[in-house]
Design a binder for this molecule. Structure first.
Ligand SMILES: Nc1ncnc2c1ncn2[C@@H]1O[C@H](COP(=O)(O)OP(=O)(O)OP(=O)(O)O)[C@@H](O)[C@H]1O
Length: 260
């Protein structure tokens, strides 16, 4: 097993507070992780470090075998797929769906003078199909529904064939049908050995796709618990992490949670 991500005592300090506090976390190449925690627990911040878009204040972060701070991040970032609300804001409303996906091959948003070959067009088409977006190629990003935009973003994050795929709340804002379609698409990716290592941040255990193997619970910037999903996503652990009594149930490969 290869370490894809290895954080050791990572701390991120902002405005006098440790928003990430001595987090140690290792992700191996066959893992699919979900990161859970209440609002403000530090999930997005942790993902920013894993995406090589933020440096820790203290501690070390090794990503795909490279130490943050010693590596040229412009070489590391193309190896990492990231879909997040902040990135989506950079996508122009007038860009076509096909270009939104295609331009990720060069790590860009917005088309300029670069040329794409048939392989790139074919891959963009395949990814759009995987996310139920065949026929949307010529539509502009601004005309899409929230759910369609989310799916385009994930297709885009896969375009450059990343080794690590980080998804920050991909199901936020989706209706039930949209959520279930997304969960099914992510389950398909997660089940394929050739897929990138997946890390999914979510607020809801209902959004954990089948085939996810591990969970990290964050609480107030600290890694409260990390390990195999069955052992971590339990009533007792989630109640402690979220600070309220919860009942977690598992039906086949899916989880659900409610207040006690
Ligand atoms: N630059 C900053 N200065 C001060 N505090 C910050 C800064 N950036 C983030 N924070 C704080 O750090 C904490 C963690 O933020 P983060 O966005 O990582 O949490 P999160 O778990 O993703 O939250 P949510 O579930 O609400 O999206 C929050 O309390 C946030 O207000």
């Amino acid at each position: 097993m290869t370490e894809v991500l290895a954080l050791h005592d990572v701390t991120v300090r902002r405005s006098g507070t440790n928003i990430i506090d001595e987090v140690s976390w290792t992700v191996h190449d066959t893992d699919r992780w979900v990161v859970l925690g209440r609002n403000g627990a530090g999930k997005t911040t942790l993902l920013q470090i894993a995406a090589a878009r933020m440096h820790p204040t203290r501690g070390t972060a090794d990503i795909l075998g490279e130490r943050l701070g010693r590596v040229d991040v412009s070489e590391l970032r193309p190896r990492i797929g990231l879909a997040s609300a902040a990135l989506a804001e950079n996508i122009s409303a007038v860009e076509t769906v096909e270009d939104v996906v295609l331009t990720a091959a060069y790590g860009m948003t917005g088309r300029w003078r670069e040329r794409y070959d048939e392989v790139d067009h074919g891959r963009a088409k395949d990814l759009l199909r995987l996310f139920g977006l065949s026929g949307f190629e010529r539509r502009t990003f601004g005309t899409l529904s929230e759910g369609e935009r989310k799916r385009v973003q994930i297709a885009r994050s896969l375009m450059a064939d990343p080794e690590l795929l980080l998804l920050d709340e991909p199901a936020a804002g989706l209706d039930l049908g949209g959520r279930e379609e997304l969960v099914a698409a992510l389950a398909e990716i997660a089940s394929d050995r050739r897929s990138p290592v997946l890390v999914l941040v979510t607020h809801h255990v209902e959004e954990i796709p089948p085939h996810f193997t591990h969970a990290l619970l964050l609480r107030e910037g600290r890694a409260f618990l990390a390990g195999p999903i069955d052992q971590v996503v339990t009533s007792e652990n989630l109640s402690d992490a979220f600070g309220l009594p919860l009942v977690v149930t598992r039906d086949g490969a899916r989880f659900s949670a409610r207040g006690r």
